[in-house]
Design a protein around this ligand. Sequence first.
Ligand SMILES: Nc1ncnc2c1ncn2[C@@H]1O[C@H](COP(=O)(O)OP(=O)(O)O)[C@@H](O)[C@H]1O
Ligand SMILES: [Mg+2]
Length: 268
Amino acid sequence: MIQAPKPDATTGEAVIDCDLKELYYGSFKAVRDTRIPIRKGEVTAFIGPSGCGKSTVLRCLNRMNDLIRGFRFEGHVQFRGNDIYHPGVDPVAVRRHIGMVFQQPNPFAMSIYKNITYGLRINGYRGNYDEIVEKALRGAALWDEVKDKLRQSGLSLSGGQQQRLCIARAIAVEPQVLLMDEPCSALDPIATRKVEELMTELKKKYTIAIVTHNMQQAQRVADQTAFLYVDTSQGERTGHLVEMGKTEQIFEDPQAEQTRQYISGEFS
Ligand SMILES: Nc1ncnc2c1ncn2[C@@H]1O[C@H](COP(=O)(O)OP(=O)(O)O)[C@@H](O)[C@H]1O
Ligand SMILES: [Mg+2]
């Protein structure tokens, strides 16, 4: 289990301190020299071209890479001052605090209601499920659309609703951090806007880290932006953090030439 943090254990306002010196899948070094603090109550966006390691880094934050054969890294990931990769830490407990929403909406093949209560049931929670379901669906801006059909399958909803259902499922266990890997890339523009508006609401209560391909989206929703890169034109295969800062600074006054070229669309 994760220990309660010592009062002085949280580095500044960073709720997660992620420092990946070298990260491997088998013999392939996928990421190097990437230190990203995730600040409390903010949205941090990871941007960069395909293959630069955005999803890999995001998955490190709640041990989602654990199941990938050959995955290992040097460095550390701390959540509120505690090493989440410490041998005594249960990854399921980590994910209870640091939830995840994926690119493709992936409701379980069960009712809307059971989708939301799933995490509570596996955690052995005994309490008022009806209240939690309503609260989670309201929190995900979905309640009004589904309150009369909670027993219908989650798969009967539209894509945008399914993604908000997945967000409701993630927040039902009241995590502190939500990780989202391109949560809008399978959605149409209207559903995308809804999810973006929802993120702005959610960050009042949760810390959010999001991977996005969409630079307008990063500018609309993110407080901090991290630019990762792998220069394949130079034969490079290992992605790394180029720079990170306040979103306005990254988009208006990038420090690295590679960032400037990427945000101006010179490559994608
Ligand atoms: N499960 C895996 N096994 C081996 N290599 C992987 C795996 N997942 C990703 N990679 C490789 O790691 C690098 C980073 O991938 P990824 O994190 O998915 O990048 P991004 O999300 O920025 O597109 C790529 O070269 C990719 O091919
Ligand atoms: Mg990815």
